[in-house]
Design a protein around this ligand. Structure first.
Ligand SMILES: *Cc1c(COP(=O)(O)O)cnc(C)c1O
Length: 401
């Protein structure tokens, strides 16, 4: 049985919920099963030598060895391509692996990269520690500063990489405006859309060249797997897929299957994450013990107008400052009973963290404060629980501050 013969073309006008459930999966499975199996195999055999040479000459569409492809991953890749509206997707073992493999495949010695300061810490670390050794030069700009971006572009600028919304201040990038400036100078735009998901923002339709996800977060959605994805035109994705075959950061087929299953409820989960995020942000903004609340769905957020234009929902993450010191912030977190204190976001279970004690504990205080990570800054990643319960729990915990 050939793997892909029965794969129907997806009508491209289907909605996110329909695509989440159906896109990318074969209608006819082995044994008339509805669900895609976990292909738990490290290699794929050829019945005769002619099949080998046909494969080598590109005359058959099949898998060869487990580091180059697997039908379970292929189903996930097609599903994400449909959701993002992109030609091709490649899956990785983690979001970091998606970013590092993409940078290594697309950047050469002498190239210049532009990134934003409000950026996932390990991505920045990779750029500083590893890309610099490969001879790639980097300029860091403030997120959302289009003028700074325009000024940072040099003749050798190859890529602009940014998250949207960013972490932890949830800055929203005006993607069409950045793309216009970038493309006029031949610069390609890669969006890390982890916080947005294809439900809240379609980066490729806004002109971005490539979109990356830590699928560990909303796409997987259940705090039970790590994965990464890259989507875009085959011309750009193919070299990255080839680099992955060499660098080897492939996903296990069981994790890929969990991701496939997780994505089926993506659209409906995002509805709840968005609603919970907005309800929590509105509640916090009116609480006397709370300082600033950062949530793009609030009119007080610096990028609210941009968010209204480019996003269809503001997501489940709310960042806020409590009017207290580190000890008070710790008492608050320890008094909550619904969220787990843990890094990450995007799963059905709410998670809470103090960036100062979690991702930034080893940073010198001055550097941390320069990045805006104060002692009482809290990141609440809403799960899909009832908003009333999340808020009642916060209300109770704030009494301990
Ligand atoms: C978590 C995260 C990553 C890293 O992804 P992993 O799956 O943990 O490797 C990259 N970018 C953003 C925005 C993230 O939130």
């Amino acid at each position: 049985m050939s793997d892909f013969d029965d794969f129907p073309e997806e009508p491209s006008d289907r909605g996110n919920a329909t695509s989440s459930v159906h896109a990318g999966e074969l209608r006819q499975q082995e044994a008339n099963a509805i669900t895609t199996p976990i292909y738990q195999t490290s290699t794929f055999w050829f019945r005769n030598s002619k099949e080998v040479t046909d494969y080598q000459e590109g005359k058959s569409d099949r898998e060869e060895y487990g580091r180059y492809g697997n039908p379970t991953w292929a189903a996930v890749e097609r599903k994400i391509s449909a959701l993002e509206g992109g030609e091709e997707t490649v899956l990785f073992a983690s979001g970091m692996c998606a970013a590092t493999t993409t940078f290594m495949a697309l950047l050469d010695d002498g190239d210049h990269l532009i990134v934003t300061s409000d950026c996932y810490r390990r991505t920045r670390q990779f750029i500083e520690q590893f890309l610099s050794r490969m001879g790639v030069e980097t300029t860091v700009i403030e997120p959302s500063n289009l003028e700074a971006f325009r000024e940072a572009i040099k003749p050798n600028t190859k890529l602009f990489f940014t998250e949207s919304p960013t972490n932890p201040y949830l800055r929203v990038i005006d993607v069409p405006a950045f793309v216009e400036v970038a493309h006029a100078k031949g610069v390609q735009v890669i969006m890390d859309s982890t916080f947005a998901t294809p439900v809240n923002h379609k980066a490729l339709s806004d002109g971005a060249d490539l979109v990356i996800h830590s699928a560990t977060k909303y796409l997987g959605g259940h705090n039970d797997l790590l994965a990464g994805t890259l989507t875009g035109p085959s011309e750009l994705v193919d070299p990255v897929r080839k680099a992955l075959g060499v660098l080897g950061g492939i996903i296990d087929s069981h994790a890929a299957w969990l991701l496939l299953r997780g994505i089926k409820t993506l659209d409906i989960r995002m509805e709840r994450h968005n609603a919970n995020g907005l309800a929590l942000a509105r509640y916090l903004e009116n609480h006397p013990k709370i300082g600033k609340v950062f949530y793009p769905g609030l009119p007080s957020h610096p990028d609210h107008e941009v968010a209204k234009r480019v996003m269809s929902g503001a997501g489940g993450v709310v960042t806020f400052e409590i009017d207290t010191d580190l000890a008070g912030a710790m008492r608050f977190i320890d008094a909550t009973t619904i969220p787990y204190q843990a890094p990450s976001l995007g799963g059905v279970e709410s998670l809470i963290e103090l960036p100062v004690t979690m991702s930034f504990w080893d940073k010198p205080k001055e550097e941390r404060l320069r990045l805006g990570i104060t002692d009482s800054l809290v990141r609440y990643a809403c799960g899909i629980e009832n908003a009333d319960d999340i808020i009642a729990d916060i209300e109770h915990a704030l009494e301990k501050v």
